[in-house]
Design a protein around this ligand. Structure first.
Ligand code: COA
Ligand code: AMP
Length: 626
């Protein structure tokens, strides 16, 4: 009997991780080869490739140029919101990155220093990320849809030497001026950077250097004008490459740390084995560099692979229409695309029959990958029927940085079962656990956990907070990482992810914390107490709903309209428009335990109804072979 390539790889990855990841590490150029593959000297803090040194930017750019591929397109910047299209070759990108690395260097940014990047989807955001990697600095990109207070919390925690931003981002209906948001964040933060660099965009120029500040404000173009290119700095495989803050259940975001060595190896491996993308292929991820999908699959994985990545500044609909993705695929001969299911739901709503799709030549498209939230079977069926290519769900999270479960299109394509992201990816020992920590049988639902050690590329810890890492992820079940998602495995080993078991929200593929929305509501003078729960939404998958109890003496009948509007506005201003809170209900009381704890879980279950929004595998449609 022959073992399938997937089975063989999966079993080897768990039985002999040194052999498996040692082999994968050969695809990366090391300055010093690692002394060890898996370093398990200090559990539960596992490290990968200790003793090895490398530079991630070198692996993403220089080595392709040195191999004579400088003319190859690294990025196609496609911006329907500004009417711009620009192709940047590997050689050109290297030149810009090296010069911007020189700028950072001249501003005193060194190895291990942090740089916060608060930018829209422009090539300069990618340049800033790679420039940090080049000089061993640690970037922390903050999504543009967050409000000043969220940005301030991240600046305060990361303590950057430099903040890089732009004058504005462009949303379909409005130009969002970033500089005033950044100024407000810096005013709130007790940590002040030494310098702020602003990329001026013509849609709204910013006042730079006109305020009296403790930090120096400078313009991107001026700094780049006389920048000296900087060389790659040698870093340890275990040195941090970036911090990406993600939402937990409290209002305090968690600083997920990514290392250099494990990240490069895992992403390079995933691009080929999970996504089937090789050097020279064109790949289009429609997300944002502020999210983990953007970090991994707009920037690092395609460039580490020598592929061409589309950087898309626009929306799936409204920029200008629901045919925008299809136009990109046709114009650039995209082989595979990746986005969140919500983007396809938006397209489906505008163009249910797929008429705009038919106006484009999509013959280059081989696969569509969807992740970031649950792929509902309706959206799966709609996309599969119209595009006539495999539509592949994959499940992962900011903490892991790359897929935990997927249909590995490069390694061994498997039959698709709608509602399931297919099987655990090599390196991930996925187990569904009962409350008492026992491993559940197929078909039984429980907490999805990953047996330690997790593979390379996953978080080694939280930024400067080992304790929170252990308390938040490793203490529920001894020897396991708690994903926060519930689900089950079926008889064929297919995983079904039912949704979060905690108070983390997923709104249009964006991960948000109920805690930070509650903090914004609680700050209103009329609010005595409040709770935020996620409720099902046809387009965004989930949206937050606020429930507030007013303080004694506030006239609910008279003031409710005004208070509700103010609360919606508060959340927009404090958390950001991306929270998408539209509805707040004023209620007489919140359900509580005897000890006074608000029963959020019960409210969530009531709001969700008996409908778990994910059919059990026994009721699953037959798997479709492709
Ligand atoms: N900067 C400033 N504001 C932003 C922003 C940014 N980078 N991104 C979003 N916003 C604003 C939007 O303009 C919107 O503001 P509004 O309330 O004034 O209209 C608000 O935040 C909510 O944004 P969003 O959730 O994106 O809703 P939308 O209605 O604008 O678009 C979709 C809905 C489905 C089209 C959109 O969410 C989408 O394309 N999602 C793709 C999924 C994705 O990228 N997921 C990331 C992880 S893979
Ligand atoms: P983020 O960290 O922003 O990537 O969000 C991670 C969370 O999104 C996961 O814990 C899941 O709850 C959800 N998620 C991501 N991908 C999927 C998927 N393919 N199916 C179901 N849920 C998903």
């Amino acid at each position: 009997m022959t073992t399938s390539p997937y089975r063989a790889a999966y079993e080897l990855s768990l039985s002999d991780p040194d052999a498996f990841w040692g082999e994968a590490a050969r695809a990366i150029d090391w300055l010093t080869p690692p002394l060890r593959v898996l370093d398990d000297d200090r559990p539960p803090f596992y490290r990968w490739f200790t003793g090895g040194t490398l530079n991630t930017c070198f692996n993403a750019l220089d080595r392709h140029v040195e191999a004579g591929l400088g003319e190859r397109a690294a990025l196609h910047y496609v911006s329907p919101v500004t009417g711009t299209q620009r192709t940047i070759s590997y050689g050109e990108l290297l030149d810009e990155v090296a010069r911007f690395a020189g700028v950072l260097d001249s501003l005193g940014v060194g190895r291990g220093d942090r740089v916060v990047i608060y930018m829209p989807m422009v090539p300069e955001a990618v340049v800033a990320m790679l420039a940090c990697a080049r000089i061993g600095a640690v970037h922390s990109v903050v999504f543009g849809g967050f409000a000043p207070s969220e940005l301030a919390v991240r600046i305060e925690h990361a303590r950057p030497v430099v903040v890089v931003s732009a004058s504005c981002g462009i949303e379909p209906a409005r130009v969002v001026e970033y500089k005033p948001l950044l100024d407000a964040a810096l005013d709130r933060s007790s940590h002040k950077p030494e310098s702020v660099i602003v990329l001026q965009r013509e849609q709204a120029r910013a006042a730079v250097g006109e305020r009296d500040t403790d930090w120096e404000e400078m313009e991107w173009a001026e700094l780049m004008g006389d920048a000296e290119p900087a060389a790659c700095v040698e870093v340890a495989a275990t040195d941090p490459l970036y911090i990406l803050y993600t939402s937990g259940t409290t209002g305090r975001p968690k600083g997920v740390v990514r290392d250099n060595g494990g990240h490069a190896v895992a992403l390079r491996w995933s691009m080929e084995n999970v996504y089937g993308i090789r050097a020279g292929d064109t790949w289009f991820t429609a997300s944002d560099v502020g999210w983990v999908v953007g970090h991994s699959y707009i920037v690092y994985a395609p460039l580490l692979t020598g592929a061409t990545s589309v950087l898309y500044e626009g929306k799936p609909v409204g920029t200008p229409d629901a045919g925008a993705f299809w136009k990109v695929i046709e114009d650039y001969g995209v082989k595979s695309m990746f986005t969140a299911p919500t983007a396809y739901r938006a397209i489906k709503r505008e163009d249910p029959a797929g008429e705009l799709m038919r106006r484009h030549d999509l013959s280059s498209l081989e696969t569509v990958f969807l992740a970031g939230e649950r792929l509902d079977p309706d959206t799966y069926a709609w996309a599969t029927d119209r595009l006539r290519v495999p539509v592949v769900d994959n499940w992962w999270q900011t903490e892991t940085g790359w897929p935990i479960a997927a249909n590995l299109r490069g390694l061994e394509p498997m039959p698709i079962k709608p509602g399931s992201p297919t099987v655990p990816v090599p390196g991930y020992d996925v187990k569904v656990l009962a409350d008492d920590g026992s491993v559940l049988e197929p078909g039984q639902e429980g907490a999805i956990c990953l047996r330690l050690p997790m593979p390379p590329g996953t978080l080694p810890t939280l930024w400067e907070d080992d304790e929170r890492y252990v308390a938040g992820y490793l203490s529920a079940f001894e020897g396991y990482y708690l994903t926060g998602d519930g689900g089950l495995v079926d008889e064929d080993g297919y995983l079904y992810v039912m949704g979060r078991t905690d108070d983390v929200l997923n709104v249009a593929g964006h991960r948000l914390s109920t805690g930070s929305i509650e903090a914004a509501l609680a700050g209103h003078a009329a609010v005595a107490e409040c709770a935020v729960i996620g409720v099902a939404d046809e387009l965004k998958g989930q949206v937050p709903r606020g429930l507030v109890v007013l303080k004694a003496g506030v006239d609910a009948a008279e003031d409710s309209e005004r208070i509700r509007a103010e609360l919606v506005e508060r959340v927009r201003a404090e958390v950001g428009p991306v929270a998408s809170l539209r509805r707040v209900d004023i209620v007489p009381a919140l359900p509580k335990t005897r000890s006074g704890k608000i029963l959020r879980k019960t409210m969530r279950e009531i709001a969700d109804g008996a409908n778990r929004r994910c059919p059990a595998p026994s009721r699953m449609p037959q798997s479709s072979r492709r």
